[in-house]
Design a protein around this ligand. Structure first.
Ligand code: 5AD
Ligand code: SF4
Length: 471
């Protein structure tokens, strides 16, 4: 079926469910685990759910539709899901709540099997390739009062035109590609999100122009490997329509930079092996592209990187950083690091510490290696004992935190351009925003500053946020 027709059909199911729910004042809750891609998927789910007549629940005990959008990148997400399912059982018994679980973890057969065996009250399981069919699946669950599983093993198409309910009115994320072809040996993503496929330039640009019209100032481009945008299509001669000169990630940045109203462009995550010069040039040239670049390292050891299938060495990563630093004024970097990958020796780990010391990251997202069933890493012999993993993790954390504390000092007394996002969650009387380098700044100010980019003088630092003052 053609994509537009399929979406049209889902819109009809939205109307059907809305009709069933008429005058019932139903509520929903959604729990999102994992990455920004999942958050973006949840925004689409919320868009569909709200159109079907549900409003967001304010009381966790009074929920008619409970949705969990799962992640399976690391093990702790599984513990969290099963914990949450325990809680939902009681809600189901008390209120007849419809329980729907979707997302990456549902692409793993051992997980869906466990849910069916141990949590039979769950009404609906849906995967990463069937998200757009949520209205139809929900309709079936309500009408036919049956349990339903809708999971596809093959990668789906790229669906356009789903309703979306965004979390923020200041910044928005825009998916530019789905899936991943890299098969890093620790990572489950290629198995649950399928092969790489890019959204068409015109669809992306139309979404971004519409966001600008609605007043959004910041856009984050999402994909597992954003800097290979349209590469699969180019290499395999898959026809795609160029739009505003867009045929690569660099040209996409260039085009978005010209959209009136959009003031900031971010993207996650690029892969170091695909960081071509044209992308570096556009980051330097495009005034709206934030100069904080997330550049996942994973490990600083050339040998570990080889076994991880990352396709770069320690030195190549450091050379890339040097090149970027010389070509992009005011560049700051953030990264992802895994400790305790199979076979990681003390020396390998010290290589990781060495890269951290040399690069001076603005932010480091640190992970303890977690075995994922079905990945090559899981089958490797030299698994690292938990105790060593934790010790290394703590050593890395200590180094990172000392660097962040030192780095924060550099902000004191500087003037920073801050996009004001809203009221501070911890203090109603304060506003919160972010610098170009993605640092949180809290300050006193009037509500009409929300969604403005203003100058703030940084007056103090507190590890995870800065305090600012209007100038
Ligand atoms: N164990 C630990 N961390 C992982 N990541 C991906 N897979 C694993 C795993 N099996 C981390 C990587 C990636 C980030 C999103 O999650 O650092 O960049
Ligand atoms: Fe996973 Fe590697 Fe693909 Fe990132 S690039 S999603 S770490 S396989």
């Amino acid at each position: 079926m053609k994509i537009s027709k399929e979406i049209e059909q889902q819109k009809q199911y939205i109307e059907k469910v809305k009709e069933l729910n008429k005058d019932k004042k139903l509520t929903y809750s959604i729990l999102t685990m994992g990455c920004q891609q999942n958050e973006n998927d949840s925004e689409k789910l919320c868009g569909m759910i709200e159109q079907m007549g549900y409003v967001k629940a304010t009381n966790p005990e009074e929920v008619d539709l409970a949705v969990i959008n799962t992640c399976c990148v690391r093990e702790n997400a599984e513990d969290r899901l099963f914990g949450k399912l325990g809680e939902l059982k009681h809600l189901k018994e008390k209120r007849g709540t419809i329980v729907a679980i979707g997302g990456c973890m549902m692409q793993e057969k051992h997980i869906t099997r466990k849910i069916k065996e141990s949590y039979p009250f769950v009404d609906m399981l849906f995967g990463t390739h069937t998200l757009h069919k949520f209205p139809e699946d929900l309709y079936r669950v309500i009408e036919e009062k049956n349990k339903l599983t809708d999971i596809l093993d093959i990668e789906g198409k790229v669906y356009e035109g789903l309703p979306i309910k965004r979390d923020s009115s200041v910044k928005a994320s825009v998916t530019i590609m789905n899936g991943c072809n890299n098969f890093c040996s620790y990572c489950i993503v290629p198995y649950v999100r399928g092969r790489e496929r890019s959204r068409m330039p015109k669809d992306i640009m139309e979404e971004i122009k519409e966001l600008a019209k609605q007043g959004y100032k910041e856009i984050t481009l999402l994909g597992q490997n954003v800097n290979s945008y349209l590469r699969v299509e180019r290499e395999n001669n898959i026809q795609f329509e160029e739009y505003e000169g867009i045929n690569s990630f660099a040209t996409l940045l260039h085009a978005i930079n010209k959209v009136d109203g959009i003031e900031r462009i971010r993207f996650v995550s690029p892969h170091p092996k695909d960081f071509t010069d044209d992308v570096i040039e556009q980051i330097a040239k495009c005034d709206k592209v934030c100069k904080l670049i997330h550049l996942p390292l994973q490990s600083g050891s050339t040998e570990v990187l080889r076994v991880m299938n990352r396709k770069y060495t320690k030195q190549q990563y450091l050379n890339l950083v040097e090149k970027m630093k010389t070509r992009i004024p005011n560049l700051t970097l953030s990264t992802d690091i895994i400790v305790g990958f199979p076979g990681e020796t003390e020396e390998d780990f010290e290589d990781t510490l060495d890269v951290v010391k040399k690069v001076h990251f603005e932010q480091v997202y640190m992970f303890i290696y977690s075995r994922r069933i079905g990945t090559p890493g899981d089958k490797m012999e030299k698994q690292i004992p938990d105790e060593i993993k934790h010790k290394r993790f703590n050593r890395l954390k200590e180094l990172v935190e000392s660097q962040i504390a030192e780095n924060n000092q550099k902000y004191i007394n500087t003037i920073q351009k801050v996009l004001v996002e809203g009221k501070s969650k911890n203090n109603e009387n304060m506003l919160t925003g972010r610098t170009d380098s993605n640092k949180v700044v809290i300050f006193e100010g009037k509500d009409d500053l929300i969604n403005e980019i203003i100058n703030l003088k940084i007056v103090s630092e507190h590890m995870w946020y800065l305090r600012g003052k209007q100038v």
